[in-house]
Write a protein that binds this ligand. Structure first.
Ligand code: PHE
Ligand code: NA
Length: 441
């Protein structure tokens, strides 16, 4: 059967960027940067994106297009009757786990669309945030609405249509980010934040800096769970994978860096703690908005766009789970979407309750949401990434990879992929994984 293709290269780049750009950039990147000492983290993060993220991104796209299959089917096609398809299964499990708590955080963002209306310069933003996440009805409602939106898009199979919306909305997001940055850096006391963000303090490097940078690289580029394999399977032969991957990487990195520019100067100007964790974006940005003309208007639009950015990521996660059930078990798209989406909603309830009913829960010192996040980003994604790079490097072969990735490409790559995928990526990521487990446990 002919597989439906993205209508154009732009369509694919938008879809893949839609998957990449999301809460990872605007929520996770700033708080991880904040807990890791700022500028020094960014240097190591950029290196991780380039030397680990890019080769895996190219591998997943190529592998997906070559096989035209969901992640499990893709491994089955090239290595039937082996254990390799389990790597794809691991990806489906990651999609399931990440989406469950991703939707909770996206729900916080949705709640802030409405909350924005009452923000004033006198609001106590740390208190507003902690009151919100430790309440029950509201977070559950928004988590449910966000999952429902994700299910509706995937159930109707209109991913392509949603991406067209992105083409219009993305530039607006950029404009608001620039306005935020201008306001943020002109606040009194912003200079200390700029220094934190731009001047690397080499004495702050710890092993954690590397593990957090590498795992953030996986999360932000949607790697290690088959989302990019699945999207690649719809990519037309005419398009260059080397180049498409380059664009996705540049857009994703740009949004993350801009978010940091908007957040850190303000963090210091308002005397907040850069290492305050998952609340950082939700506490800082509303405060900046209240210092801007038409602040409420911009705040509403910003959280609306954040929700849409999160939605274009969440649909890529659910699509992995759903396309697996369709391809391998002949499920109907609607049934797979609603059933799996509902299960994911339920799995998201414990991290949601982690700030109220389950606030006594602690796994190695982490609350429920942090535990889900840790398990996904330090075990599942990198684990899957290592196995994918070993598979591409040694089983499918660098020759097949480069043939696919270089097709219709203005720049050709070969030996650099070989070196990275066969040896460096698996070794470095494995080392970081083991060390992190050792350190955390
Ligand atoms: N890349 C997305 C983000 O940065 C999150 C994501 C992870 C999406 C894994 C799909 C798969 O928000
Ligand atoms: Na991202």
């Amino acid at each position: 059967m002919e597989r439906e293709n993205w209508t154009s290269r732009l369509g694919f780049i938008l879809a893949a960027s839609g998957s990449a750009i999301g809460l990872g950039n605007i929520w996770r990147f700033p708080f991880v940067t904040g807990t890791n000492g700022g500028a020094i983290f960014i240097l190591i993060y950029l290196a991780s994106i380039l030397f680990i993220g890019y080769p895996i991104l190219v591998s997943e796209m190529s592998f997906g297009r070559f096989t035209s299959k969901n992640p499990i089917g893709a491994f089955k096609k090239i290595a039937p009757k082996t254990a390799w398809p389990w790597v794809g299964a691991l990806g489906v499990l990651s999609g399931f786990t990440i989406l469950s708590y991703y939707s909770v955080v996206a729900g916080w963002g949705m709640a802030y669309i409405v909350k924005s209306i009452n923000f004033t310069a006198e609001s106590n933003f740390p208190a507003i945030f902690s009151t919100h996440i430790s309440s029950l009805a509201e977070p559950i409602l928004w988590h449910g609405i966000f999952m429902f939106l994700t299910i509706a898009v995937i159930g109707a199979g209109v991913v392509n249509g949603i991406q067209r919306l992105v083409k219009v909305l993305m530039p607006i997001l950029f404009v608001i980010m620039f306005l935020l940055i201008i306001r943020s850096v002109t606040l009194e006391g912003a200079a200390a934040g700029l220094e934190f963000y731009l001047k690397p303090d080499f004495s702050a490097i710890t092993f954690q800096t590397f593990t957090d940078a590498i795992s953030q690289a996986f999360f932000t580029l949607s790697l290690g769970m088959g989302a990019i394999i699945t999207y690649g399977s719809y990519l037309s032969e005419k398009e260059s994978i080397n180049e498409s991957a380059g664009y996705v990487l540049i857009f994703d990195t740009a949004v993350a860096l801009l978010a940091g520019f908007a957040i850190f100067p303000a963090v210091f100007a308002f005397g907040l703690d850069p290492a305050s964790g998952p609340g950082l974006t939700f506490i800082t940005l509303p405060a900046v908005f209240t210092q801007m003309p038409f602040g409420i208007f911009f705040s509403v639009i910003f959280f609306l766009l954040l929700t849409i950015a999160a939605l274009t990521s969440s649909i890529s996660m659910l699509e992995v789970v759903v396309s697996f059930l369709i391809d391998e078990y002949n499920w109907q798209r609607k049934k797979a979407s609603y059933l799996m989406g509902f299960l994911i909603f339920l799995v998201g309830i414990p991290p949601l309750l982690g700030y109220s009913s389950f606030s006594n829960f602690s796994f190695l010192g982490m609350d429920v949401l942090d535990t889900y996040d840790w398990f996904s980003n330090y075990i599942l994604l990198p684990g899957c990434g290592i196995l994918t790079s070993i598979f591409v490097g040694h089983i499918w072969g660098i020759e097949n990879l480069t043939k696919e990735a270089n097709k219709n490409s203005r720049f050709k790559m070969g030996s650099i992929y070989a070196l990275l995928l066969k040896y460096i990526v698996p070794a470095v990521v494995l080392f970081m994984m083991i060390f992190n487990i050792y350190q955390t446990v």
